[in-house]
Design a protein around this ligand. Structure first.
Ligand code: ADE
Length: 234
């Protein structure tokens, strides 16, 4: 057991998908995994282990934002020995070349959060994805013909911001979209020498205001989950 996860030793696979929403963890377990068993219900933050194409895989909700996601990722790594962690979530698009329903594979994560900055006084650490996981995810997405972008995302602490000027400015520097978890995941990947990746499906466009219906979101989520699972077992 760890502070926020009640699984017994050995109940969590060393490969895990990390949706923010615990009900999405349940959805993945029910729709993609065989023989899935729930190992965590502390705070309703559901976690399951099952098999995908014969490989043991887990899926764990993380909640929203870096403080919450960082707690689950660190406990999974430190207390349960997880080695491959793939976030599957949503993001708002920033780039004009990115549209709702597209996939974004986050190669790097710019962040305004002090969570990463505080660890390196005087430096701006560059949180980056694991190259092998990223390559696998890209290959799978290409094979399936999913519209996929690879590049920087912005990991923010604040969903509702009064002033978006500096956020929009980042679009001019190739930042593809905004989300709230990748930077801490990549930081922890570097800290503990494990493989981490964030794959996001675009749910809204920050500049054009384009949005997805819930049905469209469900379908593109499935594409992203497939990409995440295939990459993690490759
Ligand atoms: N996730 C989905 N849309 C988002 C947005 N606009 N900002 C931050 N995270 C998001």
């Amino acid at each position: 057991m760890s502070v926020h996860i009640e699984a017994k030793p050995g109940e969590i696979a060393d490969k895990i998908l990390l949706p923010g929403d615990p009900l999405r963890a349940k959805f993945i377990a029910e729709n993609f995994l065989e023989d899935a068993k729930c190992y965590n219900n502390v705070r309703g933050m559901l976690g399951y282990t099952g098999t995908y194409k014969g490989e043991r895989v887990s899926v764990q909700g993380t909640g929203m934002g870096m403080p919450s996601a960082g707690i689950y990722a660190q406990e999974l790594i430190q207390s349960y020995g997880v080695k491959k962690l793939v976030r599957v979530g949503t993001c708002g698009a920033l780039s004009k070349d990115v549209h709702v329903r597209d996939l974004i594979i986050a190669q790097g994560a710019v962040t305004s959060s002090s969570m990463v900055e505080k660890q390196f006084p005087g430096f701006h650490f560059a949180p980056i994805a694991d190259f092998d996981l990223m390559m696998q995810a890209y290959k799978v997405a290409q094979e399936k013909g999913f519209t996929t972008h690879v590049g920087n995302v912005l990991s923010e602490d604040t969903f509702y911001k009064d002033d978006l000027t500096s956020t929009f400015n980042l679009a001019e520097y190739g930042v593809l979209g905004v989300e709230m978890e990748a930077a801490i995941l990549y930081y922890l990947g570097a800290k503990f020498n494990v493989q981490t990746l964030g794959i996001m499906t675009v749910s809204d466009h920050m500049i054009t205001g384009e949005e997805t219906t819930s049905e469209e979101r469900q379908n593109t989520f499935k594409d992203m989950m497939y990409v995440g699972l295939e990459a993690i077992i490759a």
